[in-house]
Design a protein around this ligand. Sequence first.
Ligand code: 13P
Length: 248
Amino acid sequence: MRQSLIMGNWKMNGSRAEGQTLAKALAEGLGEVSQEVAVCVPFVYLTDIREVLASSPIALGAQNVADQASGAYTGEVSATMLADCGCKYALVGHSERRSYYGDSNATVASRFVQAQKQGIVPVLCVGETLDEREQDKTFEVVDEQLDAVIDAAGIDAFANAVIAYEPVWAIGTGKTASDEQAQEVHKYIRERIAARSQAIADKVQILYGGSVKPDNAKGLFAMADIDGGLVGGASLDANGFLQICHSV
Ligand code: 13P
């Protein structure tokens, strides 16, 4: 039985004070839950938010991680630094990184490997654009994104990783994939992993992301291969995010 995981991705939003207020509301409002909850916050606020969450079970994550270990890489933040700031998770290959900042499958694979070297659990984001879906390329795109990482890190690396399926056309658009559309791709991803290792496929958490809201979370999380969510916009509202956390 896989534990559910609900992750908020704050993206580039809010001030330090707003982040602290939000984290405090989550810590105080979460209550007893069996699922895991985490928030991926802007780098510069990691230590502030860590302090607020110190006595709560909510885990801390970063939104990216450098593809190199250390050195002359101006502007990058290494996995060692993230571990030092108390991060458990780091997103790698978020579609906004891939499309606006040119992250290739190879770079994403390097980020994944660097995160794991420091004991950080990478959350590998995959997903197709609307164009790709309309051209029936969803599975092909997801294959390429997954294979690049499996080839670089090995299938066993997925024992300590999370996968997030985020169809690009559903991110921030209010258009959620239907429960069945999401389940279809999640099942496909799990089968793809199972072709290399059934044990890892049974264990790996696959999250859905893309306009998850309090009113659609329950249906999505009820699907067999959806193990939780990666929540953007709706994670900026404490009540809404807590409701999503309790929809498992
Ligand atoms: P939204 O929930 O705002 O669609 O964002 C999804 C996402 O990109 C989470 O990483």
